[in-house]
Design a binder for this molecule. Structure first.
Ligand code: ADP
Ligand code: MG
Length: 813
C-alpha cells in the first residue's frame, strides 16, 4: 500500500528543487527531473479522478517529455501550471500535505525521493555528506563559517604561493618560490643528535646544470623509528626522479629549498600529481586543526560540483565585457592555471560582489518608484520666488543645479529618495529650504530632523529668519521643549496649521502626528539608524525624503552604501571663501598657534581648541579637556574668556555656552568633538586641534570646517606629538587640500571605509574580494550592467537564475 501523502510530497519536492535550481532539468541519482515527471504523469494517480483531470494528467507526461527542449521561461511556465493543477487536485480530494514519516517503506512504483535529493553534485549539500570530511572536521569548518559545499567553494584563498615556475638548479635565486625536477644523487635519513625528536631527510638533487642539497624535517617520536626511516630512504635511491617545490633560502651549504614539497616521478615527462607542487598554490585563512593541505584536498574534491554551476550572468554580457564564466572563475580562484587566469577569475568574482549589490539596490529603487506615486506637487513657485528675493546672496551654480534636481523629483509622480552631499559650508541648508517651500506651498507639511539639539536649533534660527519674511510659521521641538509648548505643537500639526517642524529625534515620538506630511529632511543622515528614519517616514504616506550629509564620501563608497538613493552633489563653495591656512605642528611648536590666537582674538575674532574624545576613554578625555581649559584660562590666555563644552554637559547648558560663544562673550571655546557637526559661528577664525593623529582625515576636515565661514581669513593648526612619518604624511594631506571629496578618498585609502563615516553602524557589506579603492572600474561596470538588466526587466522574470542568486544573497545578508 503506498502512502498517498508521500506520493504528493515527492512530486512537490521534485518541482521545488527544479525551481530552486533555476529550471536546469536537475539530475537526480537515477533520473533527470523531466524523466521523473514524465514517468509519474505516465501513470494515473492513486485517486479517483474525473475524465478531464485524467486527460490533463496524461498531457503533462507528454509535455515533460519535451521539457529539455523548452526555454527557461517555458519550463517555468509549465511548472507553474503543474503546481496549480496539483494544488487544485489536492484541494478537491482533501489530500493532506505533510511530509511522510522518514521510515516509510519504499514502494515499487514510486521513485524514492532521496534519489532526487541526493545529487551527485549539489552546491547546497551539507559538508557532512562529503565523505572525505570527518565529523570532527565538520565542527572546525563550521567555526570558519562553512556549512555547505557552496560555502566552501566561495571561501577564497587569502594568498597564493607561486610554484608554477620550473627552473634549473643553476638558475635559482634566494627569496624565490620555484619548482625543480632532478635526479637523486645522495639520500640520508637520520635523527638529530641535538634534538631527539627531530628527524631529517637529507637529499642531494642534481640536474644537468648543477646540484642542490635539500632537507625535510620530521618532528615527533614516530619518525625516529630506524626501520621506518630505512623504508623511506628506499623511495629515494640514486637516480630517482623527483619534483620539489619551495622557497629558496641560503644556508651554510649554499642555496637550498626550505622544507620543500616533494613528489617522485616515473620519468621526466610524467605529469605531477601533487596539489602542492609546480603550480600556483592557494593559501587559506584557517583554524587550528584544519591545515592548508587538507583544505586544498577538499576544495579539489568539491570543485567537481562547480562543473554544474549555471552562470546566472547572460553569455552575451560576459563576452561583451570580458567576464570569465563563473565556474571557471571558481576553479581558477582556487587553483589558477596561470597568473593571468587568476587575475581574470578575481575580476569576475569581484564583479559578482558588486553586481548583486547594485542589482538589489536598483531593483528596490525601481520597485519603490512604481509603488509610491502619491504626492505630486504643482507649486505655483510664488514662495521660492519670494525666497530668492530675500536671500542676501547669489546661489552658486551647484546649488542651482541641485535645487532643480530636487524640485524635478518633487513635481514627478514618484517619491523622492535623494541624498544631498556637499562639503561643510557648501550651503546645503539653503537648498533644503527651497525643497521645503516647494512642498509647503503645495499644501503639505515638512519635518526636518537633525542629530543634536545644537544643530536643530541652528537650523531653526536660520530658517525662521526667512520664514518670518515670507509670513510662514515654523516650530522647534527638542528634548528641552516645554510641555505646554509641546502640546501646542502637537495640536498645530494635526490641524495642519504648522507647515514646518524642525527638531531632534524628539520628532519620532508617538504623539507627533501630521495632517499631511509631504517631505522629510534629515540632516547628517548617517547619524541616524534605519529604524529612526523609518519611524519619521511612517508619519506620512510615502513622504519625499531628502537626506543631507556633510561628510562627502567617495563615489565608490556612495554607490555601495547608498546605491538605492539618488545622489545630488554640491561641488563648489560659495565665492569669497578663502582657503583655510592649515599647518601641522609638533607639540613643541604649539606656541606659534597660541600667538596667532592672541593676535586674532585681539582683532575681534574667535577660536576653537578641540580635544579628541573617543567613547572608550570618554572619562579620561573629558578630564583632559577640563584640565586644559583651566590651564588655558589661568596661564595662557588669562585676559580672555574661555568656554568649555563636552559630552557630559547637559543640553540646556550646552546651548547656553554655544550662544555665549556666538555672542562673543567667550573668545575661545575649548571643546571635545561635540563641536564637530555643523556648528556655524562665522566670526570664529582659528581652529586648533590637539592630538590630531587620533582623528580620521574626514573628521579633521569636518572640524576645520567650523572656521572659514566668513570673509575673514581663517587658520587651522593640527597639533601632534607623533613623529611617525606615516602619520605626518597623513596629516599633510590636510595642509594641501580643502577638497572634502579628495580628502575622503585619501581616508578611504589610508584607513578603509569603516572609519570615514565615523559611525559604527556603517552598514557596509562585507566583500569577499572587492576593494573600494582598487576596483573602481569593476564597480562602475557592475552598475552599468545591473542598470541595463533592471531597466529591461525589473522583476527579473526573464532572468530566473539571476533572480534566484539575488534572493539567495539577500537572505545571506
Ligand atoms: P552646510 O552645507 O555646511 O550645511 P550651510 O548651509 O550651513 O552649509 O551654509 C554655510 C554658510 O554659508 C551659511 O552661513 C549660509 O548662509 C552661507 N551660504 C549658503 N549659500 C551661500 C551662497 N551661495 N553664497 C554665500 N553664502 C552662502
Ligand atoms: Mg549643515
Amino acid at each position: 500500500m503506498i502512502s498517498k501523502s508521500s506520493y504528493w510530497v515527492c512530486l512537490d519536492k521534485a518541482l521545488s528543487i527544479e525551481v530552486e535550481r533555476g529550471f536546469i532539468n536537475t539530475q537526480g541519482e537515477q533520473y533527470q527531473f523531466s524523466e521523473y515527471l514524465c514517468l509519474n504523469f505516465g501513470e494515473l494517480p492513486p485517486i479517483k479522478t474525473s475524465n478531464n483531470q485524467r486527460q490533463r494528467w496524461l498531457k503533462f507526461a507528454s509535455q515533460y517529455a519535451i521539457y529539455p527542449k523548452l526555454t527557461l521561461s517555458q519550463r517555468r511556465q509549465l511548472i507553474v501550471q503543474t503546481r496549480q493543477f496539483l494544488h487544485n487536485l489536492k484541494q478537491d480530494f482533501k489530500i493532506p500535505v505533510k511530509h511522510p514519516h522518514p521510515k516509510q517503506p519504499k514502494t515499487s512504483n514510486l521513485i524514492d525521493i532521496k534519489s532526487i535529493l541526493r545529487y551527485e553534485l549539489n552546491l547546497e549539500q551539507h559538508l557532512s555528506t562529503v565523505k572525505e570530511i570527518s565529523f570532527r572536521k565538520i565542527g572546525l569548518l563550521q567555526k570558519i563559517g562553512l556549512d555547505t559545499v557552496r560555502d566552501l567553494l566561495f571561501y577564497y584563498p587569502r594568498d597564493y604561493i607561486n610554484y608554477a615556475r620550473q627552473v634549473t638548479i643553476s638558475n635559482i635565486k634566494e627569496g624565490e618560490t620555484v619548482t625543480i625536477v632532478g635526479r637523486v644523487k645522495k639520500c640520508n635519513f637520520f635523527t638529530s643528535s641535538k634534538n631527539k625528536k627531530l628527524s631529517i631527510l637529507e637529499l642531494v638533487l642534481q640536474d644537468h646544470t648543477g646540484e642542490i642539497r635539500l632537507n625535510r624535517f620530521f618532528s615527533g617520536n614516530r619518525f625516529t623509528n630506524k626501520g621506518w626511516q630505512e623504508k623511506q630512504k628506499k623511495n629515494y635511491i640514486r637516480s630517482t626522479i623527483i619534483a620539489v617545490s619551495g622557497l629558496v633560502k641560503q644556508n651554510r651549504y649554499g642555496l637550498t629549498l626550505d622544507n620543500p614539497e616533494m613528489e617522485i616521478l616515473d620519468n621526466f615527462n610524467t605529469s605531477i600529481e601533487s596539489l602542492n607542487i609546480a603550480r600556483i598554490l592557494p593559501v587559506y585563512s584557517l583554524t587550528e586543526g584544519i591545515d592548508n593541505s587538507f583544505f586544498r584536498k577538499i576544495i579539489i574534491i568539491n570543485l567537481k560540483s562547480a562543473q554544474t554551476i549555471l552562470d546566472p550572468l547572460p553569455i552575451s554580457l560576459k563576452s561583451k565585457y570580458d567576464l570569465m564564466d563563473l565556474k571557471d572563475a571558481l576553479i581558477n580562484i582556487h587553483f589558477p592555471k596561470s597568473l593571468d587566469f587568476l587575475e581574470r577569475a578575481r575580476r569576475r568574482l569581484i564583479f559578482d560582489d558588486f553586481f548583486y549589490l547594485q542589482l538589489g539596490f536598483l531593483k528596490r529603487r525601481q520597485e519603490r518608484k512604481r509603488l509610491q506615486n502619491i504626492n505630486s506637487f504643482t507649486p505655483n513657485k510664488y514662495l521660492t520666488h519670494q525666497f530668492n528675493k530675500v536671500l542676501p546672496f547669489q546661489l552658486t551654480k551647484s546649488q542651482k543645479r541641485v535645487i532643480n534636481e530636487i524640485i524635478k523629483d518633487l513635481e514627478s509622480l514618484q517619491s523622492m529618495n535623494r541624498l544631498l552631499q556637499g562639503d561643510v559650508g557648501s550651503g546645503k541648508t539653503i537648498v533644503a529650504i527651497f525643497a521645503i517651500l516647494t512642498v509647503v506651498e503645495s499644501g503639505y507639511q515638512v519635518a526636518l530632523m537633525a542629530p543634536t539639539e545644537v544643530l536643530a536649533e541652528q537650523h531653526y534660527k536660520k530658517i525662521i529668519l526667512y520664514f518670518n519674511q515670507l509670513c510662514l510659521s515654523a516650530e522647534l521641538l527638542t528634548g528641552s521643549t516645554k510641555k505646554s509648548k509641546r502640546h501646542e505643537i502637537y495640536r498645530q500639526l494635526i490641524t495642519g496649521e504648522l507647515p514646518l517642524l524642525v527638531g531632534t529625534h524628539a520628532l519620532i515620538q508617538e504623539q507627533i502626528k501630521f495632517k499631511k506630511l509631504g517631505l522629510v529632511v534629515i540632516d547628517e543622515q548617517h547619524k541616524f539608524g534605519v529604524e529612526q528614519r523609518n519611524k519619521l517616514l511612517n508619519k506620512g504616506k510615502y513622504p519625499h525624503v531628502l537626506s543631507m550629509t556633510a561628510t562627502p564620501i567617495p563615489r565608490t563608497l556612495a554607490l555601495t552604501l547608498h546605491g538605492d538613493l539618488d545622489i545630488s552633489q554640491i561641488d563648489e563653495l560659495p565665492p569669497e571663501r578663502k582657503a583655510i591656512e592649515t599647518k601641522v605642528l609638533i607639540g613643541s611648536q604649539k606656541q606659534r598657534a597660541y600667538d596667532l590666537i592672541k593676535k586674532e582674538v585681539s582683532q575681534g575674532r574667535q577660536a576653537y581648541i578641540v580635544f579628541p574624545m573617543i567613547e572608550e576613554s570618554e572619562k579620561l578625555d573629558i578630564k583632559a579637556a577640563i584640565e586644559e581649559h583651566k590651564k588655558l584660562s589661568e596661564e595662557i590666555f588669562p585676559i580672555f574668556n574661555i568656554g568649555l563644552l563636552h559630552g557630559r554637559i547637559n543640553p540646556l547648558e550646552k546651548n547656553k555656552v554655544l550662544n555665549d560663544f556666538r555672542e562673543n562673550r567667550y573668545q575661545i571655546m575649548v571643546s571635545t568633538t561635540v563641536i564637530e557637526v555643523g556648528v556655524d559661528i562665522p566670526n570664529a577664525t582659528v581652529m586648533l586641534i590637539e592630538n590630531a593623529e587620533r582623528f580620521g582625515l574626514s573628521q579633521l576636515h569636518q572640524l576645520r570646517g567650523r572656521v572659514g565661514r566668513s570673509s575673514f581669513k581663517s587658520y587651522c593648526f593640527l597639533i601632534t606629538s607623533s613623529k611617525t612619518p606615516n602619520i605626518l604624511q597623513k596629516l599633510g594631506v590636510l595642509e594641501q587640500s580643502q577638497d572634502g571629496f579628495f580628502i575622503s578618498e585619501m581616508d578611504l585609502k589610508l584607513r578603509g571605509p569603516g572609519t570615514i563615516l565615523g559611525t559604527r553602524q556603517s552598514g557596509l557589506p562585507d566583500f569577499a574580494l572587492a576593494s573600494l579603492t582598487d576596483n573602481k572600474e569593476i564597480l562602475e561596470l557592475s552598475k552599468l550592467i545591473a542598470e541595463r538588466i533592471i531597466l529591461s526587466d525589473v522583476k527579473l522574470n526573464s532572468f530566473p537564475l539571476l533572480k534566484g542568486e539575488l534572493e539567495y544573497r539577500s537572505i545571506r545578508l
